[in-house]
Design a protein around this ligand. Structure first.
Ligand code: HEC
Ligand code: HEC
Ligand code: HEC
Ligand code: HEC
Ligand code: HEC
Ligand code: HEC
Ligand code: HEC
Ligand code: HEC
Ligand code: HEC
Ligand code: HEC
Ligand code: HEC
Length: 402
């Protein structure tokens, strides 16, 4: 197409747009206000400054200029934005209408009316830097969340603002950090229990992996990632260890993955009788760890000692039999050697998860057994002594006649 033709086309388009709009503006413009005082004045500069500069009134309003249209506020965004509308129609924001839930958003709540801006415009409410504010207006409002029992309470969502992601995005302006829509999608917002949702358990690693690509790839190969992919829903995904809206850096002492809290995080499952029995896992891992030197020192706040992840890995956890496992016979010396220098030859062979109540632990077992017998005997002897002494006193009192 030649430049001339383009200019003529634009001119023609604008002319038709103008004439089509004129049919409405005869009543809805400032100039017409005197003659039509009840007709709302439409500022066309807002429209021409919006993403819809090219649209005419009837693209969005199905209104016949000639007839009375009081009460007709229906707007058809879906006509041109089918993809977004399709997603939106599947969302709980639309489905909630059937349950008469109030305060549900429509296209206009999030995008505006005549002033719709391109998402890329930093002034747009839907721009990445701003869109969290749309969501928290409702999801941090108890009046909205109280309507639906399963909606997270405002405090749960508020935790996002203090999370590593919220701080990076909202306080530090790091555009790489996720807002609500990066994890939930921008229109369908499917609930976590729908298998197609980006926050359904089996999709979470992929959702986080949009940004944490290398970690997600490592995790996918791990015993936990593989099990989850095979349908073991009890196996952890990113959020099982990190949380969802309250994700914090491992260096933060309130984080679930802070050194001092890792054992607790693993124990959610590895100390759970149900999970341990179901997957044939060793049931004593947490108890034996807590009894161990590392566990005991860790509980006293020593952060230098080993936690579960120091020996098993973090995103690269494997069964001991797997050659990639840090506790595999071939790798164990390196694993202990990270912290223990100049190891004696058989150092790493010492059982880690042993309990003093297990004969396999050798010396510890017999020392424990000895003490149990010794202390029991001591208590028994003491009791016999007390009884004999009591009897003698009773006898003496009787003799003195008091
Ligand atoms: C991109 C779609 C779109 C276009 C184009 C559009 N409108 Fe609208 N209009 C809207 C939306 C959205 C609303 C808000 C509806 C609501 O709040 O329920 C609205 C509201 C209105 C209202 C009610 C205003 C009020 O204050 O209550 C009038 C009157 C109106 N439009 C007239 C027009 C006229 C005249 C034109 C053409 C010059 C036009 N519109 C072009 C989408 C559009
Ligand atoms: C003859 C004058 C006239 C013309 C022409 C006209 N309108 Fe209106 N319009 C009105 C009046 C008056 C109202 C206010 C009705 C009321 O609320 O009392 C109104 C209200 C509206 C509303 C808001 C409806 C509501 O109840 O809030 C919209 C949207 C609207 N007009 C769009 C348009 C569009 C689009 C056109 C062109 C296709 C148009 N109007 C043409 C007089 C007109
Ligand atoms: C105008 C208020 C409002 C706004 C704005 C809003 N929501 Fe909602 N949202 C709700 C209500 C009310 C529900 C409950 C609907 C239902 O379950 O019937 C809901 C449901 C949800 C759900 C599904 C919860 C579930 O278990 O069914 C998600 C996820 C969600 N919203 C995320 C968002 C995100 C992300 C944003 C911002 C882009 C947002 N919402 C903006 C009011 C709002
Ligand atoms: C709860 C708020 C919310 C609602 C409701 C909503 N949107 Fe959006 N929309 C957004 C956000 C946020 C973005 C930016 C997404 C991003 O950053 O990728 C967006 C992006 C868009 C885009 C740009 C292209 C794209 O898909 O990213 C279009 C077009 C759009 N929305 C149209 C609509 C239409 C039409 C409706 C109603 C059927 C609607 N939206 C309902 C929040 C919303
Ligand atoms: C007549 C068709 C039409 C209607 C009706 C319409 N739009 Fe659009 N919309 C467009 C076109 C065309 C664009 C510009 C696309 C572009 O420049 O890439 C656009 C752009 C947008 C954008 C910016 C997309 C981006 O890439 O950032 C949003 C958001 C949007 N529309 C939302 C809406 C909403 C909300 C409504 C209803 C109030 C609506 N649209 C009604 C045709 C329409
Ligand atoms: C880093 C990713 C991430 C971010 C950012 C995020 N969420 Fe979530 N959100 C999740 C995950 C994962 C779940 C699922 C929790 C579960 O399994 O119960 C969830 C659950 C929800 C739910 C309940 C859904 C349901 O069906 O139970 C709502 C509502 C919600 N988030 C709103 C928000 C809002 C609002 C924001 C922004 C302030 C936000 N989320 C930011 C990951 C995120
Ligand atoms: C849109 C991209 C994006 C998504 C999606 C995302 N993150 Fe992040 N994440 C970041 C950015 C950016 C940072 C802050 C910079 C950094 O430390 O890497 C961060 C930081 C973190 C940190 C702290 C890292 C540290 O060393 O302090 C953890 C943990 C984390 N994210 C976990 C997750 C989990 C789990 C999910 C999914 C539920 C997720 N992220 C989803 C971008 C993302
Ligand atoms: C079995 C529990 C567990 C699972 C599952 C898990 N993490 Fe982690 N993650 C941790 C622990 C523990 C740390 C802290 C390691 C440390 O102290 O250096 C950590 C650290 C991180 C860090 C910050 C340090 C770094 O290595 O950059 C990010 C980012 C992260 N995880 C993201 C993810 C993502 C994304 C997923 C899912 C693909 C995931 N994690 C799955 C336990 C887990
Ligand atoms: C959400 C529950 C959950 C959490 C949290 C969890 N695990 Fe697991 N873990 C499992 C399940 C289930 C399996 C069995 C997977 C399978 O089917 O092979 C498993 C398997 C393992 C295995 C392989 C065991 C074997 O016998 O093959 C090791 C090692 C392991 N986990 C260590 C850890 C460590 C270390 C942590 C903490 C950083 C942790 N797990 C956190 C549920 C969990
Ligand atoms: C000092 C290093 C170390 C620490 C700390 C440690 N483990 Fe282990 N873990 C091992 C070694 C070595 C084995 C294999 C030998 C054994 O069973 O004692 C093992 C075995 C396991 C197994 C069985 C793996 C298999 O393939 O059979 C699980 C599950 C496990 N540990 C979980 C945990 C959990 C959960 C924690 C934290 C509460 C933890 N471990 C702390 C070194 C450690
Ligand atoms: C993250 C670092 C770290 C890792 C990895 C680690 N340890 Fe330790 N371990 C410590 C610290 C710190 C102490 C306390 C030593 C001290 O106070 O001198 C300790 C103490 C011990 C002790 C008791 C005190 C002693 O020196 O005899 C034993 C036994 C032990 N570790 C065995 C192991 C074995 C076996 C492995 C590998 C399976 C291992 N550790 C891996 C940090 C670690």
């Amino acid at each position: 197409m030649k430049i001339g033709t383009i200019i003529v086309a634009i001119a023609l388009f604008s002319a038709t747009a103008y004439s089509q709009n004129t049919a409405c503006l005869v009543c809805h413009s400032a100039a017409a206000h005197k003659a039509h005082p009840t007709a709302q004045v439409v500022d066309t500069t807002i429209l021409s400054g919006s993403a819809h500069a090219q649209a005419v009134c009837t693209d969005c309003h199905t209104i016949n200029a000639g007839s009375n249209h009081k009460g007709n506020r229906v707007v058809f965004c879906a006509r041109c934005h089918q993809k977004e509308a399709e997603g939106f129609n599947r969302s709980p924001h639309v489905k909630g209408r059937q349950a008469n839930i109030e305060k549900l958003p429509t296209c206009i709540t999030c995008h505006g009316g005549h002033d719709v801006k391109k998402v890329a415009d930093p002034l747009s409410p839907t721009h990445h830097d701003n869109s969290v504010k749309i969501c928290i207006k409702c999801h941090e409002d108890a009046k909205v969340t109280a309507q639906v029992e399963k909606l997270p309470k405002p405090a749960v969502i508020k935790a996002y603002e203090k999370s590593v992601h919220g701080r990076e995005l909202m306080d530090r302006g790091n555009e790489q950090a996720p807002g609500c829509v990066d994890c939930h999608g921008s229109h369908s917002f499917l609930p976590a229990d729908e298998p197609e949702s980006p926050v359904y358990k089996t999709h979470i690693a992929e959702t986080c992996g949009q940004c944490h690509r290398a970690i997600a790839a490592t995790y996918d190969e791990s015993v936990h990632g593989k099990a989850l992919a095979e349908g073991v829903l009890e196996s952890p995904t990113c959020t099982s260890c990190h949380g969802e809206h309250d994700i914090r850096p491992p260096t933060d002492s309130t984080s679930r993955v802070f050194k001092g809290h890792v054992a607790k995080t693993c124990s959610d499952c590895h100390a759970s009788e149900k999970i341990v029995a179901r997957f044939g896992l060793k049931p004593d891992r947490i108890a034996t760890f807590q009894e161990s030197f590392h566990g005991a020192a860790g509980q006293l706040g020593d952060l230098r000692v080993a936690n579960c992840a120091s020996c098993h890995g973090v995103h690269d956890i494997f069964a001991q039999s797997d050659p990639r496992s840090k506790i595999n016979k071939a790798n164990i010396e390196v694993t202990c050697g990270k912290c223990h220098k100049d190891l004696p030859a058989d150092f790493a062979k010492a059982s880690v998860h042993t309990s003093a109540s297990d004969p396999a632990s050798g010396g510890e077992f017999f020392v424990r057994k000895f003490y149990i017998w010794f202390i029991s005997a001591l208590i028994l002897l003491f009791l016999i002594y007390r009884i004999l002494e009591y009897k003698r006193r009773v006898k003496r009192v009787g003799m003195s006649g008091q």
